[in-house]
Design a protein around this ligand. Structure first.
Ligand code: UFG
Length: 328
């Protein structure tokens, strides 16, 4: 049995990917400090509690696991927080990944899947965005991830690292069986917040700007079901095991959905009106972010199969109700 070492496997995307790795026959070892992850989301394989900033602990865990592939999800992901406290992001995301790269080199692990992001591109010059779109991030979060892409590329050339850097657009939805789903503290993402608006009379869902140059004035994003991300990561692991070279891939659907359409979809699944306010634009939000996913389709043999707005929102809604009940 092949082993995959999953940093951040107790987080939102990491837990769904761990579930898919396990379903595809991988022995999963999760390494997570539980600072932003959740013990109950890390259900697949052993959970080793540790920090990627603790190089000794990381290297010991890697030595014990002897993984064939390392999948690195452990990261901080709030754009606003990265602007207020960039040191936090460069330390955790950039230095933390440097520790991972060095530990892999010391232990002799040469295959890596990295959670990258559309935030490495910055403001779009063309839509949909291909992987060779200029990368000029507009916040420290995007830079902290782009620096990692730079390091991995140099490690590939100098030390033979093989990696798949997967640039997610908007990860969304939850496992359709209701086992796990999206949980952030604090929550800032649009679908869980719209669901919260439908669930709670105390919370008013706010649309951040309705004067963008889009079909209904609200921002367009490319929402990709987290289980489609899971299958993409499993495809990337296979790609690397089969000898695939270091590559960057966008993970999205190629289709955009507006914030209003998300709010309407929540109304539809919940069967009740979603009160909504129109607020000011949020700083740094581009009008449209949509991926070209042609490269992932061609080279990973992957394509999204459950990322319709209805499937994403239905699964997110089921999870939001269950998790709200479970957490009181
Ligand atoms: N939005 C609202 N109301 C809300 C929350 C969000 O209108 O209460 C809007 C935002 O303005 C944006 C859209 O919904 O237009 C999506 O916002 P999210 O916060 O859900 O997602 P982002 O597109 O901002 O963030 C995603 C990833 C980040 C990544 C970023 C930039 O979650 O990790 O894309 O690529 F950094």
């Amino acid at each position: 049995m092949k082993t995959i070492f999953v940093t951040g496997g107790a987080g939102y995307v990491g837990s769904h990917c761990s579930k898919e790795f396990a379903a595809q026959g991988w022995n999963v070892v999760v390494y997570d400090n539980l600072s932003r992850g959740w013990r109950d989301l890390a259900r697949w394989g052993e959970l080793v509690e540790g920090d990627i900033l603790d190089r000794d602990a990381l290297q010991s865990a890697l030595t014990a696991a002897k993984p064939d592939v390392l999948a690195h999800f452990a990261a901080l992901t709030y754009v606003g927080e990265s602007v207020e406290d960039p040191a936090l992001y460069y330390r955790n995301n950039t230095l933390g990944t440097f520790n991972i790269l060095e530990s892999m080199r010391a232990v002799g692990v040469d295959k890596m899947i990295f959670s990258s992001t559309a935030a490495t591109y910055g403001v779009p010059h063309q839509v949909p965005m291909p992987e060779d779109h200029p990368q000029q991030p507009i916040n420290p979060y995007g830079w902290s991830k782009l620096m990692v892409e730079r390091m991995m590329d140099d490690y590939a050339r100098a030390y033979g690292l093989r990696f798949a850097s997967l640039r997610y657009f908007n990860a969304a939805g939850a496992s359709p069986d209701g086992e796990i789903g999206e949980r952030h503290e604090p929550e800032t993402h649009v679908i869980p917040l719209a669901a919260k608006g439908a669930l709670s009379s105390d919370y008013a869902f706010t649309i951040f700007g309705d004067d963008f140059d889009t079909r209904d004035g609200t921002c367009v994003r490319d929402y990709i079901h987290v289980c489609d991300l899971g299958r993409a990561h499993a495809a990337a692991a296979k790609y690397l095991m089969d000898g695939g070279a270091a590559e960057f891939f966008n993970l999205g659907t190629g289709e955009g959905t507006t914030v209003k359409e998300i709010a309407d979809a929540i109304e539809k699944v919940s069967g009740k009106p979603l009160p909504r306010k129109i607020g000011p634009r949020r700083a740094g939000d581009p009008a449209v972010l949509v991926a070209s996913n042609a490269k992932a389709k061609a080279k990973l043999g992957w394509e999204p199969t459950q990322s319709s707005v209805d499937e994403i929102v239905q699964s997110a809604w089921n999870w939001a109700q269950k998790d709200a009940k479970a957490r009181g």
